[in-house]
Design a protein. Sequence first.
Length: 320
Amino acid sequence: MSPRAATETGPGGGPGTEPKMGFVGVRTAGSSIMKVFPRWAEALGLPARRLVGHDLPLDASAADYRALVTAIRDDPAHLGALVTTHKIGVFRAASDQFDELDEFARLCGEISSISKNGGRLIGHAKDPVTAGLSLEEFLPPGHFARTGADVVCLGAGGAGTALTWYLARRPDAPARIVCTDTSAERLAHLRDVHLGGELDPGLFRYELVESAGDGDRLVTAAARGSLVVNATGLGKDRPGSPLTAAVRFPEHGLVWELNYRGRLDFLQQSLAQRDARDLTVIDGWRYFIHGWTQAIAEVFHLDLDTATVERLAAIAEELR
């Protein structure tokens, strides 16, 4: 696969004079943002009304990532991009091509949005903000102090890293945060991020899982009221779920599927137990809203207040 073929999808993917924003993912054409962005651009009066998808495979090469960043950097009409699945890959392969990286991008080794300012290319890691804004919308005040509940975060990639970082720094932190992944390398990286951020090492437990049954065991062992999160991408980028149908979610628990589109097998598993286990089940729609509004604010140098974000959310809901 040539770098150009890997980084351009849909009409108008190449350089041009019309301002545009990019979306770096796996199958970007299926995202609701392709319908939502033009409406948001109109509502905000943005100089760019076009969103360009840059699709890369899950096993993209360093050359693919570098070609993508170079194309964005060298195209004056390309104002920036949101990065989803490839946050860590972009950082590892192309961080040296950025003039500036924010603190969390440097610490976590990931880039979730790309912007430009005065000819400088800037990389941001906005996921802790996105995770925090989304979490606080459904987590009851004082939940962990009141219940002594745990968090089981399934997936140690970019989303899992950001969420566990945010949770550990909350005044009302969980009793324990169990972090799982199928990759020992990703778990080691996550541990390094936590240590580098001087987070309490006693708060975390790192579990290498070899099958969905391993995930079942960890979720079933979680305390009542625990938060279980699918941060793996399974159900969206790849089929399946990190759990099996035999899993038992914690009673009175909160179950958060970070995805909002795809087969969403994990979401269906939790919905099947919602009444019997008294679960609060949340999909990834608000995570999607906050992720995109944070990236748009960086790319277009905007200060989006709560009222504006809710106005944009209402527009998106009409098109969902």
